[in-house]
Design a protein around this ligand. Structure first.
Ligand code: NAD
Ligand code: UD1
Length: 339
């Protein structure tokens, strides 16, 4: 069995990816500092896969600990690097936290990759690198625009750091630019665990439906879109997790065309905020309290992925519907609230 290191493997996307990796036959070792996750996630993963990943509690900001980890684990064949801080608003308030956590951790990992000849790296990037797109759907060739937040900037800089390292070493890497992941595992054993007030749409909806929030604020209905609300590409987190497995397999069998390949990971379908709200009401058979409020600063009008490249080169496309994703998110919310 090939051993894969998953950093941030107890987080939202990481945990779903660990499940898919273990179900495909990979041996997984997780590093996480539990800053945005909990140990219970290991139980969830184990219940689904009937196999427990190895877990090492470690903060990747501590270089010596990272070095020691790699000195003790010399049989790692690939790394999927999820560990990062991800709140756009927090990154504007505390940029150094983001530059430190999202860049130093990558740099320390890359040093160890070079030293230990680990040449396969998958990086969690984001559609945020495109900013407000000039045309839709967005292809991977679209220009990377000046980032609107330190968080977005860390994703752009990380891709550049990886690209530079691919030029001067044996490193091969795939950067996956995620669109908007939503939903949970169908078993409701794992899902998203936002700390505090959720910033993202779907966790806010499920927390409103469960009674934790009075109403959902819809940020603007005067955008130039068919119903006036913003458009995004919402992808089921299990489909996103599966994209990591095929990308990893491509790296491991050395089928890369160039040392750093970049793929959009979305559904290719744009969906408005109101469409999400209506679909949620339909799949859960209940009314959701919402109010239209002012636009949120920094929101782009519409983004959705061109998925042809991932489809043709990775042989991957999303399979689950937005309704399935919303239904699984609801099931998960009810489970964690003991309903
Ligand atoms: P998450 O917060 O649920 O998971 C990240 C995990 O990394 C957490 O378990 C956290 O405890 C851990 N972590 C953070 N800093 C660490 C450190 N210094 N050392 C060790 N562990 C650390 O986030 P997620 O939604 O699963 O996102 C995973 C990755 O995907 C991140 O890089 C994020 O920027 C990126 N991404 C997420 C989205 C999204 O909407 N969720 C979209 C685009 C890109
Ligand atoms: C967020 C991140 C972005 C990341 C992307 C993918 C921000 C500003 N951006 O983008 O960096 O790449 O996720 O995961 O956080 N909405 C409401 N009410 C709410 C919450 C959201 O109306 O309470 C609307 C937003 O205006 C937006 C849509 O829902 O139109 C989706 O919002 P959100 O889930 O926060 O994701 P993004 O803004 O796309």
């Amino acid at each position: 069995m090939q051993k894969i290191l998953v950093t941030g493997g107890l987080g939202y996307i990481g945990s779903h990816t660990v499940v898919e990796l273990q179900n495909t036959g990979f041996e997984v070792i997780i590093i996480d500092n539990l800053s945005n996750s909990s140990l219970d996630v290991i139980e969830g993963i184990t219940n689904i896969t009937k196999s427990s990943p190895v877990f090492v509690k470690l903060d990747l900001r501590f270089k010596k600990d990272v070095e020691q980890f790699f000195d003790q684990h010399n049989d790692i064949e690939g790394i999927i690097h999820f560990a990062a801080s991800k709140s756009v608003g927090e990154s504007i308030e505390n940029p150094l936290l983001y530059y430190e956590n999202n860049l130093n951790t990558l740099i320390y990992l890359l040093k160890e990759c070079k030293k230990h000849r680990i040449n396969n790296l998958i990086f969690s990037s984001s559609c945020t690198v495109y900013g407000e797109p000039d045309s839709l759907p967005i292809t991977e060739d679209a220009p990377v625009k000046k980032a609107i937040s330190p968080y977005g900037n860390t994703k752009q800089i990380s891709e550049e750091i990886i690209s530079d390292m691919c030029s001067v070493s044996e490193l091969k890497s795939i950067s996956l630019r995620y669109f908007n992941p939503i939903g949970a595992h169908s078993s409701a054993e794992i899902g998203e665990l936002p700390i505090g007030v959720p910033q993202n749409l779907v966790p806010f909806i499920t927390q409103t439906a469960v009674g934790l929030r009075d109403y959902l604020s819809i940020f603007g209905n005067d955008y130039p879109t068919p119903d006036g609300t913003c458009i995004r590409d919402y992808i089921h987190v299990v489909d996103l997790a599966k994209a990591h497995v095929v990308a990893l397999q491509r790296l491991l069998i050395n089928k890369m065309n160039i040392p750093l390949e970049i793929f959009n990971v979305g559904t290719g379908r744009g969906c408005s905020v109101l469409e999400i709200v209506n679909a949620f009401e339909k799949v859960t058979d209940q009314k959701l309290n919402y109010k239209i409020v002012d636009r949120r600063s920094g929101d782009v009008v519409a983004v959705y992925a061109d998925i042809q490249k991932a489809n043709e080169i990775l042989g991957w496309k999303s399979e689950r519907t937005m309704e399935e994703a919303l239904s699984s998110a609801w099931k998960w919310e009810q489970k964690i609230r003991n309903l």
